[in-house]
Design a protein around this ligand. Structure first.
Ligand code: SAM
Length: 434
């Protein structure tokens, strides 16, 4: 099937049917050559990064919006605009291939219409772009509620920078398995494989390497033997901040797919036990896969972190990682669909869920123990305001300072997207008094 037509179908599933890109894209990529797979990914990610602009161009050039069964052709047209504006595909090929997509979408009668809209765009693009640049939502390609929240939190200039970073491609980060190699040793192996990499700037982020160019994981030396994993540099800070010690009982309360569970075990194989809990049964399969590839073990439990009495063994934990469900606004670079799938009203629900998880877990922490709260959000409500309110409500909780706080804006450490090439993330480390 035509790659452009496949892209239109995937985009229709995401934007119109609310599926996530990680659900909709892989099945569409299945039978494609590596080159077409990469093109399909580029088109889907690209259109989602620039959606309101492309929508605006389409609205401006068409008398009536395409609806019902024809809606998928709207996305075919957006795929056409995207190629013309943001790729090096020559315009005659971009138009020709896109128009051909109508056949695969079983709408050959609309070939002329798609061709006409794309050609009008080629003629009128300069003035359309000028008009688009005058509106915030179209300039930043973020929904207005998120533009507003980011501007309120960070001011206009920084918010604009954050949104610009969100529209860039994220680099590929590796986590070197400390049980096999030091970062320097593994970097030498990467050099031998002609893969250039850079160390993270944070001193404690000692297993993190950023690749100059993304690559297939199977090209990474020893991937199948568990020498290395793919994990963003910001997410890798969790296990370092948690700092598990020999003999300790550790809880990873929202663990799936298990990146931080296994990193904690790689850093400290002598803990007493790792209990890894998640409410999503399907996502737990990935935890088992990760543990198996890395030959590590944990007690994996399907359970609700806000209701620990339904799964808790009765022994208080020495350390707890609470990598809470969140808006994922820090990882929009990697998941460009998030901004269109989330609604403003989701934030209050997430804040309430995070609060209930945090409060319930606190009771399962030993006096003298440590809880690391983490999110991949950049919204203060889910982060420093959440922690401020928790600290006000619990006299037995105090904040432990985290290293690398040079860029912090309040309680805990808030990393913004692309600081040192990393994702947006938030950490707060809490100590429970004896
Ligand atoms: C940010 S992700 C965790 C990522 C994971 N810690 C890692 O590093 O691979 C949040 C997780 O919380 C889980 N979750 C959501 N609500 C939950 C609840 N009430 N109890 C336990 N897990 C929950 C989701 O299924 C999701 O896997």
């Amino acid at each position: 099937m035509s790659v452009r037509a496949l892209a239109a179908k995937v985009l229709n599933q995401v934007v119109e049917q609310g599926q996530s890109l990680s659900q909709a894209l892989p099945p569409a990529q299945q039978d494609l050559s590596p080159k077409d797979r990469a093109l399909l990914q580029l088109l889907c990610y690209g259109v989602l990064r620039t959606l309101p602009r492309l929508d605006f161009f389409c609205r401006s050039l068409m008398k009536k919006p395409l609806k019902g069964k024809q809606r998928v052709l709207h996305f075919l047209i957006l795929v056409g605009f995207y190629q013309l504006l943001y790729t090096r595909i020559p315009s005659h090929a971009a138009v020709g291939e896109t128009v051909n997509g109508t056949k695969a979408l079983k709408s050959p009668a609309l070939k002329g219409m798609v061709n006409g809209v794309l050609r009008s765009f080629l003629r009128e693009q300069e003035s359309l772009i000028e008009q688009a640049d005058q509106q915030d939502t179209l300039r930043y390609c973020h929904p207005s509620w998120l533009v507003k929240r980011l501007q309120e939190a960070y001011g206009e200039t920084l918010a604009a920078k954050i949104m610009d970073e969100n529209n860039q491609q994220a680099p590929m980060w590796l986590r070197v398995n400390a049980l096999h190699h030091s970062r320097e040793q593994y970097q030498a192996l990467l050099n031998e494989a002609e893969l250039n990499s850079f160390s993270a700037s944070d001193v404690e982020n000692s297993n993190a390497l950023r690749l100059e160019k993304a690559t297939d994981v199977y090209k990474l030396p020893g991937f199948e033997q568990g020498w290395v994993s793919v994990q963003d540099g910001a997410a890798q800070l969790a296990a370092h901040y948690l700092d598990a010690q020999p003999g300790e009982l550790i809880l990873d309360a929202c663990c799936a797919p298990g990146g931080k569970t296994v990193h904690t075990l790689e850093l400290q194989p002598k803990i007493k036990e790792m209990v890894a809990v998640d409410a999503d049964q399907k996502r737990l399969i990935r935890v088992h896969e990760n543990l198996q590839r890395l030959q590590l073990s944990a007690t994996v439990i399907h359970g609700d972190a806000s209701q620990p009495d339904s799964w808790w063994s009765g022994e208080l934990f020495d350390r707890i990682l609470c990598d809470a469900p969140c808006s994922a606004t820090g990882v929009i670079r990697r998941h460009p669909d998030i901004r269109w799938l989330r609604r403003d009203s989701d934030i209050a629900d997430l804040v309430a869920l995070q609060k209930s998880i945090l409060t319930a877990l606190w009771d399962k922490l030993k006096p003298g123990g440590v809880l690391l709260y983490a999110t991949c959000s950049i919204l203060p409500d889910e982060n420093e305001l959440q922690i401020q309110s928790f600290l006000q409500s619990r006299s037995d909780a105090t904040l432990i300072e985290l290293s690398g706080q040079y860029n912090s804006r309040g309680e805990g450490r808030q990393l913004l997207p692309n600081e040192d090439g990393m994702d947006g993330f938030y950490y707060a480390k809490l100590h429970k008094s004896l």
